[in-house]
Design a protein around this ligand. Structure first.
Ligand SMILES: [Mn+2]
Length: 432
């Protein structure tokens, strides 16, 4: 097992010493500009430092598509090595204090050792993810035609048992949430009875909810299509919401930004779920065409900002039951996953900081006066505010690197891991 903190703190200190003067100069300028608007930049830095998003264990490996996977050098070969990579991401960017594991991919014999490993990096575990969308070696029944909604009760029972096992593992890791995404659906009109499939899913989910410990929540993740291309059982936020209502107070709706119909107003969906106290949290990514799993904020940063605008609005009015879990869920095919994950976490912090820069009183006044353009301009002003110096200061104050990707490249971490981790056949990574 490699030692924690493989990147030397001295390297980060030297890196920061080189960039500090220019960073503070830019920050002071931003601080004066925000002060003129009555906004305290230092308070925003504190807010940004308090923002954390979970890294999925599958994210530190190269994802791939249904066509091919092109593995990168020095990829983690097991969950312990994945935790090492998550440790580096957190060490440098200081925005990702938790890990979201996936089972059975991350199954180990000794979960106490895994907790110890994560703890040594200052990391904890967030929601655990179950997997009934593929068959595992030695599994009795196949999920080819579904899992929790399968026509055969024995398959459903097997899928329920797997989810309960995930809860049991999660308890050992200090997690308090289970994320359930099923691939169930149909590829032909008539293949599946749309009503009965949902009924079977509800029955199975009731058994899973009944197994949740008192302080646990279950996150229901919907997805419009793929692998089912005609109908998907939990296809949209409406189905997810109705199901969460039926399953009771422990069930919440998870919003994966890529899992919606084209052109859907995602920020409005977020507002609705907050209003009905059913927002579980997010799987962050970006997309241009569908469920593309592109890096967060890389294609539509304004949409991301508008989502955070709703979140900050809810936070400021202390919306009842508002406690979203933030996770990244994207597939890195052409980049070093560590770099992509750091950059994505920064883009999420950026959207959060920009949303904090909105003058809520001015926005509300414009809305009340039906000043459509005035309201829009207030959002645009916040969105076009360059908060980069504020984010850099937050990172440095939290002990990270001012420019995490530059520091990472200078560290030689990937080259070192390429030597330590010769490619193993069948290393799993994927997209959820
Ligand atoms: Mn997802």
């Amino acid at each position: 097992m490699s030692t924690p903190f493989a990147i030397s703190p001295d390297l980060i200190a030297e890196h920061n010493a080189r960039l500090e003067a220019a960073t503070l100069e830019d920050y002071d300028g931003l601080k004066r500009m925000l002060a003129r608007l009555g906004i305290d930049a230092d308070a925003l830095v504190q807010k940004v430092m308090g923002f954390g998003v979970a890294i999925p264990t599958w994210g530190v490996g190269t994802g791939g598509t249904r066509f091919a996977r092109f593995p990168g050098p020095g990829e983690p070969r097991n969950v312990f090595e994945k935790v090492d990579d998550c440790g580096v991401i957190q060490q440098l960017a200081r925005a990702t204090p938790t890990i979201s594991p996936h089972f059975p991919w991350d199954k180990v014999d000794d979960y106490a050792a895994l907790c110890e490993k994560a703890g040594a990096h200052g990391l904890a575990f967030d929601a655990v993810n179950s997997n009934t969308f593929q068959d595992q070696a030695g599994q009795e029944f196949s999920y080819k035609f579904g899992s929790l909604s399968h026509t055969d009760a024995r398959v459903r029972a097997q899928a329920v048992a797997h989810n309960i096992e995930c809860i049991e593992i999660g308890q050992k890791l200090g997690s308090t949430a289970l994320t359930v995404w099923i691939a169930d659906g149909s590829n032909f009109a008539g293949q599946s009875n749309l009503t009965r499939a949902l009924d079977r899913y509800l029955d199975a989910m009731r058994a899973i909810v009944a197994a949740l410990p008192a302080d646990w929540r279950v996150f229901l993740e919907h997805k419009l299509y793929e692998p089912a291309f005609y109908s998907t059982v939990i296809s949209d936020w409406g189905t997810s919401f109705a199901v969460a209502q039926e399953l009771g107070p422990k069930a919440y709706c998870l919003v994966d930004l890529g899992h919606h119909a084209p052109n859907v107003n995602i920020e409005q969906i977020v507002a609705r779920l907050i209003r009905f106290k059913k927002l579980a949290g997010f799987h962050f990514n970006d997309s241009k065409y569908g469920d593309d799993d592109l890096d967060s904020g890389s294609v539509e940063p304004f949409r991301l900002f508008l989502v955070f605008n709703e979140l900050v609005d809810a936070e400021r009015r202390r919306a009842e039951g508002f406690a979203p879990a933030y996770m990244i869920d994207q597939s890195h095919n052409v980049t070093d996953p560590i770099e992509s994950l750091m950059q994505s976490a920064i883009e999420l912090q950026r959207a959060y900081a920009q949303a904090l820069v909105v003058d809520r009183a001015a926005l509300e006044a414009a809305q009340e006066a039906n000043d459509a353009l005035g309201a829009h301009l207030e959002l645009k002003r916040a969105f076009t505010t360059d908060v980069s110096p504020l984010l850099a200061v937050a990172r440095q104050r939290a002990g990270g690197a001012i420019a995490p990707i530059a520091a990472y490249r200078a560290s030689g971490y990937r080259a070192q891991k390429t030597k330590e981790r010769p490619a193993a056949a069948g290393t799993s990574a994927g997209i959820v």
